[in-house]
Every structure is written in structure tokens, then in C-alpha cells.
Design a protein. Sequence first.
Length: 359
Amino acid sequence: MKEVSTIFQPKFKYTQRIVNNLLKITQARDVILNAKIIPKWDVSLRREALIRSAHSSTAIEGNKLTLEEVSQLALGRKITAVRKEKQEVLNYLNVLQNIQDYQNDGKVTEKLLLKLHKDITKETLDLPSDEENYRKVQVVVGNKLTGEVVFTPPKTEKVPQLTKALLGWINLLKRSAGYRRFNQEIELHPVLIAGLSHYKFVRIHPFVDGNGRTARALATLILYIRDFDIKRFFTLDDYYDIDRKAYYAALKSVDENNLDTTQWIEYFTDGVLISINEVKKKILSLSVKKTGPQIALTEKQMRIMEKIVTNGKITSGEIQEMFKISRQAAYKELKKMIELGVIEPRGEGKAVYYIAKAG
């Protein structure tokens, strides 16, 4: 491999396919964000994306749990399965639910990336010491279905510097997704940043295991940082899992000598477009034909709604326990949500509980 650069320098061409994909992706995003839907449906779509993503991303790595079994785990129910496979899914669910915790003021530090890997691989590796640590052995990237070697990552001694170079590039592209280089303003679409980061991370393959899941979680994190995760309705993992052969072929399409990622970016943006269009169809079928602004919920209010959708109701005591807050603070959250028209009380006195408001 060539001399290690101090910063990642991606190489690709803007083909008509890529440009068209980005245009349609942005248009679909606008439709989704402007559609008015009932908050409990917001929560249901977000939960469905979380479960499908956890199932697909672990399935690519060989996990045999079905979508229904993953759904049961997400609800906190017990299933009969291999302990490692259950743990892999639970880890990935936890990471996706808390994806905002792996960035600091819009930046992904090396420490946070290592924590991301640790949380993804917790209690699943043969050697616990491989969690949160760069690999110390040479590995190959291969198609686990066919045994075919896709490519050989760089030598172990280059891994830390290459990983830091990738993070340096990601962090230079601040929230505006632009950075100054060679006295020119270079603008990159958030989807391109996510796609290029995904590929480069897999190319480096910093860890003994869990690289694929970490790469896909990193792409999700980048979309979150740049406000392009679309309320977390959106997941790419399904697209990869449906045709794993195409996924590995796209990774292999990058020329070993010039590292031109154009074909990979075409594949990646194809997947984003397919996935976001699926979300758009669901959103349009659920949208409320009413005028007026959308009902925007805070992260805390979304979690309250998730609990209501899962259990059918919630109490003030449960909210206090969830967020470790006082009874008065819990009541304030409930009062705001009642005023927004998304929940309503049932019962009286100490027996009062809250449900999602219909329609």
C-alpha cells in the first residue's frame, strides 16, 4: 500500500447516476420531513427501522436470528437462541438507540469510535481484549457466504494512523458538510460523506471482528450528525442484506491501485434512494390530510411515546424512573405532550395513566 496520508483523500467522479440519485434522495427527504403524521406513527416507523436495521446488519455477518426474534428481543422478551447471536443483536439495538452518544459537538473522536466498537462487540468476541482495541494480526475481507476474498486490508502497524486520517477527514467536514482545500470550497453531500466513510473504514478494517457493523453504524452516525437521518426512519442495512453478493461486489469494485470509489458510490447512493423511497411511500400513506405545522417532539418526548406505543400506556412514575427526574419534572413533560395533543390521561388520582391520543 502507498505511504500513509495524514488525512483521507477520497477519489471518485460525479457520474450522472450519482447526481440523479442525490437529487432524488434530497427531494424524498423533503417530502418526508414536510409530511404531517401522528406522533405514535412516527414512533412506530422509527421502531420498525431500528429492528430491521439490527436484524439486517447482524445477518450480513452471519447471525441467524429471524426478524421476528429480533423484534421480540427489542421488546425485552426472552427467546431461545445462541447466546452470542442474541448479544450481537442486543448490542446493535443499543448502539442505534443511542447513536447520538458517539459524537461530541458534531465530531467523531478516536475515543468515541473505539467505544462504538466496544459497544457493538461487547461479550461476543473470542478475546475480550479485542474489544475497543485495534487489531494486532493481519486479516482479509471476505464474503462469508462464498468464502471469496474481497480484498486484503493494510498491515496492522498502519491501522491507527489510517483510522485517525479517516476521522480527521470526517471531522473537517463540519455540519455544513463543506471544507476548504487548495483554496477552493469543496461541498460534499451528507450521503457521500457517509458512503465514503463506510467504504474507507471497511478498507482499513481496524478491528479483528465487528468491522462491518461498526462501519454501518458509523455511516448512520454521520447521517445523524448532518441532520440527514430523517427522524431515524431510514436504514441502509436492509439494502445490503437483501443482496449480499452485490454488497461484496461493490466493495471489490474499487481498483487496488488508484482507489477510485465511483462504482461504490453509485451502489451506495442507489441503496439510499431505494431505502428512502420506501420510507416516503409509508409516510405518504400515513400522512394526515390537515393543514398546520408538524408536531415536533423532543428526544425525551419521543422516548415517552415509544414506551406508550410498546406498552399501550405510561405513568408519571415510569417517566420519573426512565429519566431519573422528579415527579414535578415528569408532570411538566406530560403536560407539554397533552397540550401538543399527542397523549391524553385516563383514570383518576393515583391511578392516572396516559395513552396516545387517537387521530
